[in-house]
Each structure stands twice: as C-alpha cells, then as structure tokens.
Design a protein around this ligand. Structure first.
Ligand code: CAA
Length: 246
C-alpha cells in the first residue's frame, strides 16, 4: 500500500512541485486547497494527469480551527493514517510596517502560522501512534533573515521554525521527525508579484544570481520525507542559492 502524504496549498507555486515530487516517489498525496477553489483544483488535477489513487483533492481552510479538526478526523477514518505532513500553505501581504493594516498582519499570521496548529494538531497523535512519520514545514529565508516590507510574514515564518524545534522534541520518541525547509526566492506567482525593480535588486543579492526552481524545493521535501532522513529532526534546511547562510 502507498505511503500517504498530506500537502497543504498543494496546487500553489511550490506546493504543486512538492505534490509532483511525492507522487513520483510513490506517495498517495492528499492535496488540500481552499474550499472555494474547487474548479481550479480539478483543472490542476487534470492538467497533471493524476489518477484518483495518486492524488486526492481535499478542501481545507487552514485558518479555520474547527473545520480542520472535523475534516481531518474524517480523513483519518477514511485513509487510515498520514505518513508525511507538509505544511506548505502560505500567503504574503507585503507592506512597510508603518502602513501595514491589522488585516494584513492577521491574514498572514492566520494562514502561515496558526495553520500549523489547525492542521498538525488533529494529525499528530495518530502520527505518533503509527511512528516513522514526517512533518515538514515550509518556512522562508525571510523567517531567518527578516525582510523589509514583511514584518508579518517574517514573524510567521520565524514562528514556524520555533514550532518545528518544539514539536521535534515531542515527536522524537515516537519516531515522528519534524523539520523545516527555508526556500529562498523561488520562481512562483508569489515572487513574480514583486515590483520588477525590487525583484531585480533582490536577484542581484543572490550569490547564484537566479531564483530557485520550485522542483529544487520539492527535492528537499522528498529527501526529508525519505527513510534516508530518519535521524534528522528539528532542523531547518535552507534552499536559497546562498542568499542567507546561518
Ligand atoms: N532595505 C532598505 N530600504 C528599502 C528596502 C530594503 N530592502 N526596500 C525598499 N527600501 C526603501 C526604498 O528604497 C524606498 O526608499 P525611498 O522612499 O527613500 O525611495 C522606501 O524603502 C520605500 O520602498 P518602496 O518604494 O518599495 O515602498 P512601497 O510602499 O512601494 O513598497 C513593499 C513596499 C511592497 C514592501 C516593497 O518594498 C516590496 O515589495 N518589497 C519586497 C518585499 C519582499 O521581498 N517580498 C517577498 C515576497 S515573496 C516571498 O515572500 C516568498 C519567500 O518566502 C521568499
């Protein structure tokens, strides 16, 4: 029977490559999408020629605690257990802090950080009981170094790293590893939305002088999910072309 992975934000810029990488590695992927995006999710599923056995589309509002609790309890009954959880869903609401609204702050904290509780909590006990499971949190170079215009996003992404270390300590005795991946600037619609002159100045600072390709982030996920990574936990793996070395 296939191992099962749940990927949040699965049809997004990086999520789509993560899903593809895990399917290619033999996983059945539970691909979550924001509930009002069903038509687009089906389109994505068909464009990628996935079979029902490879990918199950699963509506999930990662900001809604009780929705996640109920939906993920039902999922566990239907699927048995989840071997790999990839907390990937994330948004930006960039603004200088002076101009940042409470809504911009809260939307980013809810989607990027509170989602970790909402999605991981309903699955964690079952993962501990089955053992040999993986939780992989997609944070960001900007959670490590801080970024002008991203006080909300940098706070959430740094919070993900603290969560990763704390949960790694709790999961270790049950064989549940918890790690983070910190992508640098990656060629996705999120990064393409940055003003071109700002993006050019960011690119100029990257020692490799290019953006990451989404599949380069997905490769790190597949590695951390694999048996080869069984003894790595609490770690943050940077995939950033040398932009920040910590
Ligand atoms: N450091 C210091 N000063 C900076 C700066 C920086 N990095 N960036 C801009 N400034 C300065 C500008 O030079 C400008 O100064 P002057 O007023 O003296 O000209 C001032 O700050 C205002 O800058 P903007 O003109 O850019 O202000 P804005 O209000 O039009 O835009 C912003 C603000 C939306 C935050 C814009 O600066 C921006 O998009 N910055 C990039 C944010 C970013 O990197 N986002 C990443 C998104 S992708 C992602 O998040 C994925 C991931 O994980 C990596």
């Amino acid at each position: 029977m296939n191992k099962k992975a749940l990927v949040t934000g699965a049809k997004g810029g990086i999520g789509s490559s993560i899903t593809k990488g895990l399917v290619e590695a033999g996983y059945r992927v539970i691909a979550t999408y924001f509930p009002n995006g069903e038509a687009k999710a089906k389109e994505w599923f068909e464009e990628n020629n996935y079979s029902e056995n490879q990918v199950r589309l699963f509506p999930l509002d990662v900001t809604d605690t009780s929705f996640c609790k109920e939906a993920l309890a039902t999922l566990l009954q239907e699927e048995g257990n989840i071997d790999v959880l990839v907390n990937n869903a994330g948004i930006t609401r960039d603004s200088t802090f002076k101009r940042m609204s409470a809504a911009q702050w809260n939307e980013v904290i809810n989607t990027n950080l509170n989602s970790l509780f909402n999605v991981t909590h309903p699955l964690f006990d079952s993962m501990c009981q089955h053992g040999n499971a993986r939780i992989i949190n997609i944070t960001s170079v900007n959670g490590l170094k801080g970024q002008f215009g991203q006080a909300n996003y940098s706070a959430a992404k740094a919070g993900m790293i603290g969560f990763t270390k704390a949960l790694a300590a709790e999961g270790a005795r049950s064989g549940v590893t918890v790690n983070a991946i910190a992508p640098g600037y990656t060629g996705t619609p999120m990064v393409e939305a940055i003003k071109s002159e700002v993006l050019d100045s960011i690119k100029a600072e990257i020692p490799m002088k290019r953006l990451a390709m989404p599949q380069e982030i997905a490769g790190a996920v597949t590695f951390l999910a694999s048996d080869a990574a069984a003894y790595i936990t609490g770690e943050t793996l940077s995939v950033n072309g040398g932009l920040y070395m910590n």
